[in-house]
Design a protein around this ligand. Structure first.
Ligand code: DAH
Length: 352
């Protein structure tokens, strides 16, 4: 009996200290002190079989050992708890002196970048940058550009008209808005940037050279090359003696700088109400025998447009052009679908 107690004492000392967690320690407690099968409990249960003198002796010894085991457990529990706390502190330690993580920086939208690049090129050629409103009047978008109501040329632009509250509908003929200021002007989302030409010439005497980049709207189905909302680049140069040769030079310079290699253009006869003569502009890398790409409309400013802007067409001549900025972007960066620009897809945007 005595030897058994000694044996339990040795085992308790090593095994309790070996417990690595509080759960393990609890297992040790049950192993030695458990009410059912604890090693000490089993000893105490056998006391009744001993002679009375021996019983007191062993009983005292067993009680002393129980106290010792309890103390060992308490002590080791304290050790485990404090080292658990320390390891949590160590794990969660924050070095406030370390440099912070930089938040990721965004960048400009590819179209914004392109427009700024275009502006830089034209600024260096002596052009100013002009703007006009997205919500435009019928007058500036059509009539002043020599596109009267009922003229079939209006079909070239599928238009978003704005729903308007008209003060007095009685005498309202919606097609008479070209009589400026007499009636509430009909409003629309501009279908092209050409109205900026007229707005600018109303306020500035020639000679003048401007570009007008901006958003335009078309009421049409979308696909890989069409959006209902896109950007155009308008250009206008007016002076006493401007010719198609001037246009050719400016536009070739522009494409050459934008695409980073010598470009040449070809002018094909076309029709726009606000220019006469009118052209389609094709371009390709200079000297290449590759295909011509249609890229812009252009022409010499129509006398009626000068008149609408209050300029004398006998005194002034000019060229104008208009092209899609998304189309330039698709060609410059070989992008397959114009709808990517407004998709908000970060994987697309990150590439620029
Ligand atoms: N405004 C025309 C369009 O949206 C493009 C255009 C063609 C503009 C010829 C011009 C021009 O200034 O001269 O289709």
């Amino acid at each position: 009996m005595h030897d058994e107690l000694k044996h339990i004492e040795n085992a308790a000392e090593t095994e309790i200290r070996a417990a690595k967690t509080l759960d393990e320690l609890e297992e040790r407690r049950i192993q030695f002190l458990g009410r059912e099968r604890g090693a000490l409990t089993l000893i105490l249960r056998q006391l009744k079989n001993l002679a009375p003198a021996e019983r007191a002796n062993v009983g005292n010894e067993a009680n002393r050992l129980r106290e010792k085991v309890e103390r060992l457990i308490d002590e080791h529990a304290a050790v485990l708890r404090s080292s658990a706390r320390e390891s949590i502190l160590e794990r969660e330690r924050i070095d406030v002196s370390r440099p912070g993580k930089r938040p990721p920086r965004g960048h400009l939208h590819p179209l914004t970048k392109l427009i700024r690049e275009i502006e830089q090129i034209f600024l260096s050629l002596g052009f100013a940058v002009a703007e006009g409103p997205d919500v435009e009047t019928e007058w500036y978008n059509f009539d002043a550009l020599n596109i009267p109501a009922h003229h079939p040329a209006r079909d070239m632009w599928d238009t978003f008209w704005l729903r308007q509250k008209i003060p007095s509908t009685k005498h309202q003929d919606p097609n008479k808005s070209k009589i400026k200021n007499l009636e509430t002007p009909r409003l629309l989302l501009r279908t092209h940037t050409s109205p900026v030409q007229v707005r600018y010439m109303e306020k500035h005497q020639p000679p003048l050279r401007i570009i007008a980049p901006g958003v335009v709207y078309r009421y049409e189905a979308t696909d890989v090359t069409h959006e209902i909302q896109f950007h155009q680049l308008e250009g206008l140069m007016v002076d006493r003696d401007i010719s198609i040769a001037n246009f050719r030079y400016v536009i070739e310079q522009f494409f050459t700088r934008l695409f980073g290699k010598a470009m040449e253009v070809r002018l094909r006869p076309s029709y726009f109400p606000f220019t006469e003569p009118s052209f389609e502009v094709d371009m390709r890398a200079k000297g290449s025998k590759g295909a011509w790409l249609e890229i812009s409309g252009a022409g010499m400013v129509h006398p009626n447009v000068f008149k609408a802007a209050g300029l004398n067409p006998k005194q002034w001549q000019g060229f104008a052009f208009g092209m899609g900025i998304e189309r330039l972007a698709l060609l410059k960066w070989k992008i397959p679908d114009v709808r990517l620009f407004h998709s908000g897809d970060i994987r697309f945007l990150k590439q620029f």
